[in-house]
Design a protein around this ligand. Structure first.
Ligand code: SF4
Ligand code: SF4
Length: 438
């Protein structure tokens, strides 16, 4: 079969066998939940409760600050025992609300159920914003912002991201198998908000059971399922749009510039819960996996659960950990501690032992061009990284460093094991800092 995909990228071993057949399991509540107000792209929410307060599940504990921001909610009922800096997945201590669960897991009384047919697009968007819904593939961009294109910007296609192209991760795969009804309901709500019919779910062919199930379940709703070639980073928005529609997002542009809105399948399920049940985003599915974990699983966790507690539900460590990653191995964030809390964008926890990591022998660039051939954005990674090492900010900017999506393909393929994406990430920070000063 001639499967659709995008130009560039690569196909690392997907290693999904550890957890692909493990049904989603609810993770018991830990002794404390650590909930930071900084969990999304945009302005962090502002804490609005005090130490000693009793809170209920779904109660707002931090309010949105501006349009590109969302509120944050208590993930269970209990008492606020501290508001203090705690180690954040970003790698530094940030303010957090610490809740001691009371064991009742009682929802806030004021949460209201709605019939989406009785609400207009603006009312639906307001509820999605108030529920703190963000992109759950890991990007954590507030969903209501994507659903609010500027006047005159015509959106004709909704693409649902069921690709899960990062190796090891299987949370979206299990969601598609076990929660198709909620996903489809969320898609129909999004279609109503955007006023469009065309909805396409992109799924890579290494998930044939999900393709089969969603093709069957989506048919009565007129939602297309698009099987895609297995290729990383197909889950990135621009690559997914290219693969599903052949449209190109312009340099520096957004999906809406080519008439498309992209949402993750997990986000769709959360939107259904928000509208139908009145439930804010207080839990998510995350894959706990890797050769360093005794019993890999897909866990439904309360936001704020520590990585250590998630690991404990999976039989603990199988050997000495050498690398802990939140998210996938290509774009995830390396963690220094298992005490870090899982947040809304936590799609997985990966643990590798020393023997699982590739041997690294750094060498000079041999001008092989492999980094250029795999770059899905068609950049010159070796050139930009060279400018980055010399701190030549303007030259890096002129070579479109800001377009880099930090997919890690160049680093992965480089035979000299040069830390290309790390250098490019660094120079991107310098370019943005320089722009802020001007
Ligand atoms: S330069 Fe950026 S976008 Fe291109 S392969 Fe490297 S990390 Fe990916
Ligand atoms: S892949 Fe590595 S060695 Fe080859 S051109 Fe790129 S930076 Fe140089």
């Amino acid at each position: 079969m001639n499967l659709k995909t995008f130009a560039g990228g690569l196909h690392p071993p997907d290693s999904k066998h550890y957890s692909a057949n493990k049904p989603i399991e609810r993770c018991p509540l830990p002794d404390e939940l650590v909930i930071p107000p900084a969990q999304h792209i945009g302005a962090p929410a502002e804490i609005c409760i005090n130490v000693g307060d009793q809170v209920k599940k779904g109660q707002v504990i931090a309010t949105a600050k501006g349009f590109v921001s969302v509120p944050v909610h208590a993930s269970t009922s209990g008492m606020v025992v501290a508001i203090e800096p705690r180690l954040h997945p970003m790698g530094k201590p940030l303010p957090a609300v610490v809740i001691k669960p009371d064991g009742k897991d009682q929802w806030e009384d004021s949460l209201q159920q709605h019939d989406p047919d009785q609400l207009n697009a603006d009312e639906l968007k307001k509820l999605i914003c108030a529920a703190g819904i963000v992109g759950m593939g890991g990007a954590t961009f507030p969903a209501h912002v994507k659903l609010s294109p500027p006047e005159g910007k015509k959106i004709d296609t909704l693409i649902l991201n069921g690709v899960e192209c990062e190796p090891f991760l299987t949370a979206d795969h299990r969601m598609m198998l076990e929660e198709s009804e909620r996903i489809i309901d969320g898609i129909n709500i999004l279609r109503k908000i955007l006023g469009l019919e065309t909805a396409i779910i992109g799924i890579e062919v290494n998930k044939p059971d999900a393709i089969e199930k969603l093709t069957r379940d989506c048919a009565p709703h007129g939602i297309q399922v698009q099987p895609l070639k297995v290729q990383y980073p197909q889950g990135a928005e621009k690559q997914l749009i290219d693969a599903c529609t052949g449209r190109q997002v312009p340099t520096g542009g957004l999906p809406m510039d080519c008439g498309v809105v992209v949402q993750n399948v997990g986000t769709c399920a959360a939107i259904s819960d928000t509208i139908r049940l009145g439930r804010p985003l207080v839990e998510r599915v995350a894959t706990v996996t890797g050769p360093g974990i005794r019993e890999p699983k897909n866990l439904l966790i309360a936001i704020g659960t520590s990585l250590q507690h998630m690991l404990d539900q999976c039989g603990g460590l199988d050997g000495e950990p050498a690398k802990i990653i939140m998210g996938g191995p290509m774009m995830g964030q390396t963690q220094l501690s298992l005490q870090v809390p899982a947040i809304r964008g936590t799609s997985g926890l990966l643990i590798f032992r020393e023997q699982d990591l590739p041997r690294k022998n750094f060498g000079p660039c041999i001008r092989c061009g492999r980094c250029v051939s795999v770059c899905p954005i068609h950049l010159q990674p070796t050139t930009i990284a060279a400018y980055a090492r010399l701190d030549m900010i303007d030259e890096a900017e002129n070579n479109n460093a800001l377009d880099c999506i930090e997919c890690g393909c160049c680093t992965y393929i480089c035979p000299a094991t040069l830390p290309l994406v790390q250098s490019i990430r660094h120079i991107k920070g310098s370019i943005l800092a320089k722009r802020r000063k001007i």
